[in-house]
Structures are given as structure tokens and as C-alpha cells.
Design a protein around this ligand. Structure first.
Ligand SMILES: [Zn+2]
Length: 123
């Protein structure tokens, strides 16, 4: 079983039934810490995915827990923006095939050498 599925099963009361964990292995620790924190604060995760290279988490909770969870989400999103989504190494944003990804040099080299056409950074 994938770690994403295990995590959803372990915290099934804190995931909306249709919510998938749609992120790469490099963010496993970030996501596990975040989900644990949201569960402690009685949050419900609506979406957990990668968008424009960063982790995005949308959640529902009671008003009194909103601020605590927001802090956890912001911290996780910030950490993800410097963490390779593939290997967990130190990374920054790069353009791959028209998408922005948070990826380290090593994974980036591997990825572009596998790609048919070279991509260029758009910054
Ligand atoms: Zn990497």
C-alpha cells in the first residue's frame, strides 16, 4: 500500500471521503506531520495536493481551531517550497514541461535527460 493511502486510512475521520493525497514521496514527512496536526485540532482535510510547485491544503474546522490549523498549513506549504517533491532534498522551483515543480538539481537533471524536449525556466 502506498503511504498516501495508509495515511488516509489512519486518519480517515480527518479526510473528506473523496480527498486524495496527491503529492510525491519527497513530501511524505511534511504531509504526515501536517495531517497529524490537523487531526489533533479536529480538522477535516478537503484537498491535499501540489499546485504551482507548492503543497496546498484546504480544510474545514470549527472556528476555534481555524487559526491553529492555518499556522500548520502555512508552515507545511513553506517547507514544501524548499523540499524536492521526489526525493525530499533541498530544492527550489523549476519549470518542467510547462509545469512549475519544486525539485532538486539531481532529480531535475534526471527528469530533463529523460524528457523528449528540453524545457526552459521561465523566471
Ligand atoms: Zn530530488
Amino acid at each position: 500500500m502506498f503511504w498516501q493511502d495508509e495515511l488516509r486510512k489512519k486518519y480517515k475521520n480527518n479526510f473528506h471521503p473523496t480527498t486524495l493525497i496527491d503529492v510525491g514521496d519527497g513530501w511524505r514527512k511534511i504531509v504526515e506531520t501536517l495531517v497529524e496536526g490537523i487531526a489533533k485540532n479536529n480538522g477535516m482535510i478537503m484537498q491535499l495536493k501540489e499546485k504551482f510547485g507548492d503543497l496546498r491544503c484546504y480544510f474545514h474546522t470549527e472556528k476555534e481551531n481555524f487559526e491553529a490549523i492555518s499556522h500548520l498549513v502555512v508552515a507545511a506549504e513553506m517547507e514544501s517550497s524548499q523540499t524536492c517533491e521526489y526525493c525530499g532534498g533541498l530544492a527550489d522551483h523549476k519549470a518542467i514541461g510547462g509545469w512549475i515543480k519544486t525539485i532538486c538539481e539531481t532529480c531535475y537533471e534526471k527528469d530533463i535527460s529523460n524528457a523528449d524536449e528540453k524545457t526552459t525556466s521561465c523566471d
